[in-house]
Write a protein that binds this ligand. Sequence first.
Ligand code: NAD
Length: 488
Amino acid sequence: LEDNIAKAEGWLARLRETGVRHRIDGEDCESEKSFETLSPADGRPLARVARGGAGEIDAAASAAAKAFPTWRDTPGRERRAILHRIADGIVARAEEIAFLECLDTGQALRFMSKAALRGAENFRFFGDRAEAARDGRNLPSPTLMNVTTRTPIGPVGVITPWNTPFMLSTWKIAPALAAGCTLVHKPAEFSPITARLLIEIAEDAGLPPGVWNLVNGFGEDAGKALTEHAGIRAIAFVGESRTGSQIMRQGAATLKRVHFELGGKNPVIVFDDAEIERALDAVIFMIYSLNGERCTSSSRLLVHRSIHDEFVARLTERVNAIRVGHPLDPETEIGPLIHPVHVDKVASYFRAARAEGATIAAGGEVMEGAGCYVRPTLFTDATPGMAIAREEIFGPVLTVLPFETEAEALAIANGTEYGLTAYVWTENLTRALRFTEKLEAGMIWVNSENVRHLPTPFGGVKASGIGRDGGDWSFEFYMEQKHIGFAT
Ligand code: NAD
């Protein structure tokens, strides 16, 4: 741990000195205002961050508009080559990215060490599709040769949250660049560090100035200004459902196209014929990895009553054995939560559980001392109407709900405002087909935890999102479809 902290401090030293600045049109820029990004492990300031507002957003949007025609017309194979070089640059700095991401977010190194590589993979995947993204179709009629083409929509805004910020930024930015869009990125104020590394890597890889601009700041000023800017054609947003509604209102006057990846309260449903050992591993992994600060986490466990007691007993034992510790300790499974404000939110559900009459089978408390540490928590004896069973807590907190029948399981699973993911454990294929057909979720895994495959669609229904990412779905958002009819 001591060695890892020293290593991270080495990388941080440069940012401490310069601060985390904006990057607009290939230049570093300061703002009159600034704020500090804090270490969730001990609350100390990590670096000073420029706090942009409407002026910086306007400069960045102008740079993106100026760079757009050239980037749009850059041949696909050249854009592909640059995206691959960005991926190479990420791989070369993967350790630095992982260590600084851990310091800035509190995520455990054992999970973050792979996040940078996943980010590189996003650039390779979408880079490989840059040429074909424009492909059109020929739809002839008796009197017309009908041709369709696709063109990039224009400069776009990308707004990202604080959970796994590096990976999520690449997930949004790589397809935008592959499509031929230019962009302004506004990262989350709680975790701005790795977004700065990412744009440095992109420019070192030969991305022309102004194609990608970075403005740091808060949602209510920089974020708001970006969504309201007339020169920005679309907003790709990942964050809370409530913020999504605000962005829709803010973007209404300029008719923004929006793509939203929002909150979730995802169910994992374990039937009595499930392979218990595998199900148990997956249940643990999907809520107690990444600090539970994960949009696709299974935060509600629906378990058949006949196996409930045994399953919960084994689960409790496992939850109590989870190692909570410093994010840079290789042994750590759960690190500190992002910020004291978020600790307060998660702790409010510990109180709610007690007040509503649920049982706290494990955890349920904020840990003493410095840092944003909470104990991994398991709520049992809950009912579907309780706040702990309906609201997104976004921490290492699992609520168990027993069920008797398939119909009851379905009603509970669908009984929240969200619909991002769901997980079903049963050996009965007919039941799996019947059940998944009726589940209200954008993504469902049967007998598996969440395993991301980039060509597949990613996104949610109901309050969990609008639109899909992945494969060609990403290009549908970042591009306009055009039809041209030639008389024959
Ligand atoms: P948040 O909505 O508070 O903030 C996200 C981003 O939006 C930040 O950059 C913030 O500055 C900005 N923002 C806030 N108010 C804004 C406004 N009025 N206008 C423009 N921008 C504004 O979310 P968070 O707390 O950072 O992230 C956690 C949330 O993200 C959870 O709800 C989680 O489920 C969700 N999430 C969803 C997915 C998904 O794929 N569905 C992935 C990751 C996270």
